[in-house]
Design a protein around this ligand. Structure first.
Ligand code: MG
Length: 246
């Protein structure tokens, strides 16, 4: 009887299962099991998902103050808040950095004015970077200042305006700028805007703070700053505002 080579047997016994394992699990090599995404319960329709911070639910302005930090005089009625012209913009008590923001707005049904003077307001991320709110339904203005423009920085990809008096939605993904110790911007802010379900700003890079006159430039600020809504003298309303910190 031939003597079994123990060494060879040992090698075969070791390699065989490894080879079988490799064949069986080849597709699993690229499986990634961590991190496990947290469970978020989606909202019904455009209502807030379970991990969102509700900034305005239609009942009160407890999460908002005026620009001086005092109680705002904007009016609340019928589940919406409306600009009180002349009282100034309002801002959240809480600061935010990288966010997903849902906000609904409505320009007055009765059309007054034209160009920039029709249903003008604005969503100011970190109180500095404006996504324009304007009634551009059959209303012409400079495109880098029209509805859903990053004001005077980026023309929207489309005019997705509904008629004045109708509720409209913005879904905004904003990444805050990063600054170094010397106050120089190291990563500029970026923003994506979906207007009434239409992509209108596709991850555009902000050149700095929104300026009415002159060119935008960055000035260092903290990682979290309040969200601001503009009083531009028009009776623009807002509702269903929620935000997710990213
Ligand atoms: Mg504006």
């Amino acid at each position: 009887m031939k003597k079994i080579n123990l060494k060879s047997l040992l090698i075969v016994l070791l390699i065989l299962p490894l080879t079988m394992q490799a064949q069986r699990n080849e597709h699993e090599v690229t499986d990634v099991w961590e991190p496990v995404p947290p469970i978020v319960i989606p909202g019904q329709g455009t209502s807030a998902p379970s991990d969102a911070i509700i900034l305005f639910d239609g009942t009160n302005l407890s999460n908002w103050v005026n620009s001086d930090g005092n109680a705002t005089e904007w009016t609340v009625a019928d589940g919406a808040m409306t600009v009180k012209p002349g009282t100034g913009g309002i801002k959240t008590k809480q600061g935010f950095g990288d966010v997903q923001l849902h906000i609904e707005w409505r320009a007055p049904e009765v059309v007054k004015g034209e160009g920039q003077g029709r249903g003008n307001s604005g969503v100011f991320l970190m109180g500095r970077y404006e996504v324009q709110v304007l009634d551009c339904y059959e209303n012409t203005t400079y495109p880098n200042g029209q509805t859903a423009s990053v004001y005077k920085q980026h023309i929207p990809l489309a005019n997705a305006c509904k008629a004045p008096g109708e509720w409209q939605t913005y879904d905004i993904i904003f990444m805050a700028p990063r600054f170094n110790d010397q106050g120089r911007v190291t990563h500029p802010a970026t923003v994506t805007v979906i207007h009434n379900g239409v992509l209108v700003q596709n991850n555009v890079t902000l050149l700095g703070t929104t300026e009415f006159i002159g060119l935008p430039q960055y000035k260092a600020h903290s990682m979290k700053e309040p969200l601001m809504l503009q009083d531009h003298g028009d009776l623009v309303s807002f509702r269903n505002i929620w935000i997710r910190e990213l």
